[in-house]
Design a protein around this ligand. Structure first.
Ligand SMILES: [Zn+2]
Length: 202
């Protein structure tokens, strides 16, 4: 009789942007890094409450880094890549960011690296927007390019074959910013819907 091998659980890693001395985008007193952490916390709690068949970790938790420490993009990529090679593969990595730009620019965008990731980006975006719509909110905004190819300039997307980066909203848009500050839980739930759409496709 062959030995019984239990399949190991899939691993979802949530990477909050920037941090420490790197605030990311800044608008007035508001920092991308702080707002992304405010989304991350209810997001992780909510996924744990759903008792899914996969494990969920933050990138910082996985590597035992204080959540507000500075962890530069190339070091973060190297540390996480080492983890996937030597400890356990990451099945899906999502890096959570906020956009900045013209004050009129608003809405969610999803960045991907390869053609294979484009499918995941589409699943993620569609599910997140649909969830928000069902809750009475339009997170789609007004960008033409909702799914954006970033083949080489985003180190974090090279960590795992399935990696995406979500720019949840524009910190520089008054409407987006107000909703981010008032309802981080809404963004967490919309992002969760996107994550589940991707995890279900793996
Ligand atoms: Zn960012």
């Amino acid at each position: 009789m062959p030995p019984l091998i239990l399949p190991s659980k899939k691993l979802l890693v949530l990477d909050p942007c920037h941090g420490g001395k790197q605030p990311g985008a800044v608008a007035g007193n508001y920092k991308e890094s702080a707002i992304c952490r405010a989304i991350l916390s209810p997001l992780v709690d909510s996924i744990l409450r759903d008792r899914k068949e996969f494990d969920v970790q933050t990138s910082f938790g996985l590597l035992n880094k204080p959540i507000n420490s500075t962890w530069l993009p190339n070091a973060r990529r190297a540390d996480l890549s080492n983890y996937t090679l030597n400890v356990q593969p990451i099945d899906f990595l999502l890096s959570i960011h906020l956009n900045a730009g013209d004050p009129s620019a608003k809405g969610m965008m999803v960045c991907y690296r390869t053609e294979a990731n484009l499918q995941s980006a589409d699943y993620f975006y569609s599910a997140a927007i649909a969830y928000a719509e069902s809750a009475g909110f339009d997170l789609a905004g007004n960008r033409d390019e909702k799914l954006q190819a970033r083949p080489s300039d985003l180190a974090i997307l090279k960590v795992a074959p399935n990696s995406l980066l979500v720019e949840a909203a524009f910190l520089t848009n008054a409407g987006d910013r107000q909703l981010l500050l008032l309802r981080p839980d809404l963004y967490a739930d919309a992002i969760k819907a996107g994550i589940y759409a991707v995890m279900n496709s793996l």
